[in-house]
Design a protein around this ligand. Structure first.
Ligand code: PLP
Length: 424
């Protein structure tokens, strides 16, 4: 459920007419609904009520400070995968004690910073990382609480590029090596193994592979306890899918929570969740303006002012986004079939192929729905385009929470060396 709806023939985000934002901010731009973010965080918290759980929002899905601050107010922690995301989470007011640090390539400097902050847990993904963390923690005189992220060899996820739990994936410690690595962890100085972590993919529409992975992880955790390790946390990662189009029916958070309760019940584990998409995905849209229609022999292109640099999911994963006009189509309005494309000089700069939708004229404004997760975070200034702005709506007010940079700001980090300017 989200807070984007037609009212009086216009598409609103909560109490704000999206056309008003498009005019004031310009397109392309992202718009997020506070009410939807809060609702989704609460739906998950409610589903897990009665379970000992830390909801660590996955910052990679949407790292905007205002979005993170909204979720911080709801009591969420954060799952970060870089020192930069850790800074973001802290600046947004998320306490270090609610932050877990995942990712296969943590540097010594990032470990050092996270130890200084005193984060809740490192999710360690390899033997080499574990040994380096021990060295960094020893040098600081701190103890790093860790979970090993294990690779359960279970396939899941809405697309091969977002499946992370198969044996050949780069993520996690190979299943067969996990117990030996916990034994090594117990011997290493300044390392305290407190949990087991798993994350098998994203946009998962079926609880069966999740349950299979979690059952393996819980069995491993119990074996580790028998071996004398004080394993008290299970981090189940993120991955729950969301509806992107009519007919999509991912498992509801209540079913997900009930499955996890069933797998872990009575075992005294503290749970950590790392939801990203399920909280932010349907809480955001990207607004764009139609520029041109172009007729090819076999198709009609609708060229819009947003490109794959602003929203890369269709190009990267073949992802679907519903496209709604900001002015509600009148009953009986004509329908057309378009390939919806952006202005970027790449053939993959395509948002939809043969999409049947209400007829669009140049200047019409459109919303790409369900763009709140893995949208603006993946944007770039490719083709020297302005980094896309972001707006947060709260009731009938809104604020630009990332403004469009100036051209000088965009090139401000660059320099033409003296030896080139001297010849001018
Ligand atoms: N945790 C980890 C380690 C991830 O890699 C991801 C994303 O793939 C997430 C959590 C969030 O996943 P999702 O947005 O599908 O909930």
């Amino acid at each position: 459920m989200h807070h984007f709806h037609y009212s009086g023939g216009r598409l609103f985000c909560e109490g704000v007419d999206l056309a008003e934002i498009a005019s004031a901010v310009g397109t392309p731009c992202y718009v997020y609904s506070s009410a939807t973010l809060v609702r989704h965080a609460r739906v998950i918290a409610d589903a897990f009520s009665g379970q000992d759980v830390l909801i660590a929002f996955s910052v990679k899905a949407n790292g905007n400070l205002a979005v993170l601050a909204t979720l911080a107010q709801e009591g969420c922690g954060a799952d970060v995968v870089s020192g930069g995301e850790l800074v973001r989470a802290r600046r947004a007011g998320i306490p270090a004690s609610k932050i877990v640090f995942s990712g296969v390539g943590k540097t010594a400097a990032e470990m050092d910073y996270a130890l200084w902050e005193g984060i809740h847990q490192f999710n360690v993904e390899s033997a080499a990382e574990l040994r380096l963390l021990s060295q960094v923690a020893s040098a600081k005189g701190k103890t790093a609480k860790i979970a090993l992220r294990v690779n359960p060899d279970v396939a899941a996820g809405g697309h091969p590029n977002i499946s992370t739990g198969k044996a050949g994936d780069k993520f996690g410690v190979p299943w067969a090596e996990a117990e030996a690595l916990y034994a090594e962890a117990a011997r290493l100085p300044c390392i305290e193994a407190v949990g087991v972590d798993v994350h098998i993919g994203s946009q998962i529409g079926d609880l069966v592979p999740m349950r299979a992975a979690f059952e393996k992880v819980v069995a491993l955790a119990l074996r580790l306890r028998e071996q004398g390790h004080d394993i008290r946390r299970i981090d189940v990662g993120g991955g729950l899918g969301i509806p992107y189009k009519e007919g999509d029916a991912p498992p509801p958070p209540t079913a997900y929570a009930a499955m996890i309760a069933d797998v872990t019940k009575g075992l005294g584990f503290e749970l950590i969740l790392e939801p990203g998409r399920v909280i932010a995905g349907n809480a955001g849209v990207m607004l764009t303006t139609a520029l041109y229609e172009k007729q090819a022999p076999d198709r009609t292109f609708l060229i819009v002012d947003a490109g794959m640099n602003d929203l890369i999911r269709p190009a990267l994963y073949g992802a679907h986004h519903d496209i709604l006009p900001l002015a509600e189509p009148a009953a009986g309005q004509g329908r057309r079939t378009y390939d919806v494309v952006g202005p970027i000089c790449e053939s993959t700069d395509k948002f939809a192929t043969a999409r049947e939708m209400p007829e669009v004229k140049a200047g019409d404004r459109l919303a790409f729905m369900s763009a709140g997760a893995y949208g603006a975070v993946l944007s770039s200034s490719y083709n020297a385009r302005y980094l896309v702005p972001e707006v947060l709506v709260d009731g009938d007010r809104y604020e630009i929470v990332r403004r469009r940079p100036t051209f000088d700001e965009m090139v401000g980090l660059e320099k033409v060396p003296d030896w080139l300017t001297m010849t001018a």
